[in-house]
Unconditional design. Sequence first.
Length: 212
Amino acid sequence: MSQKPHSKRESYPGYLTALLVVVASLSLGLFGLPRLGKGRAAHSDSPLIGSPAPDFMLRTLSDAGLGNTQRLSDLQGKTVVLDFFASWCGPCRQQAPIVERVARRLSGPALAVVGVNTSDEFADAQRYLSAHRPSYQVLFDADAQAATAFDVTGLPTLLVIDKRGVVRAVEMGVVGEKDLEGLIRDADNADRAESEKPKPERAKPEHNGPAL
């Protein structure tokens, strides 16, 4: 037996309910969650740029669980790329393979790539790493200590720190592969320029004694 089709009058409340649900969902997405980067992020005007990077100490994270601690300052002497991400962040999943390719190609004595999982549940973060298995070190920012120190307000956020430990770039959004390589080169160039600056000569002490 076929059912009687709904009239327009009967269907109207259903359409209205669906519309309200969509509007509510969009509102939560725009205002209830941290901002998520879309596309290439412009260079940030973060006050951290040009300043020493805040230090932190976090435990490493893998699909096997938590491991040893890593202090950021122990990486001084290398250019450091910090990639702040979360398992639930869609743009972070776009950023991850870009960071992975750069890490595989450039990581070594002169460059350290470090993922920082933040604003995430431990189990979700562990499952994410089990599925993606990045080649670079990942740290678990359990209480958002590092994210707060670097004033991370949206994900993904990527930072480049030079060999002297000075923040050279802060980017929120998906950074392209060539752009990331350019940020690393810029940090290296800035570090080189600082090291090549002539050091001021020490003033010679005045001799006020009697002439011999």
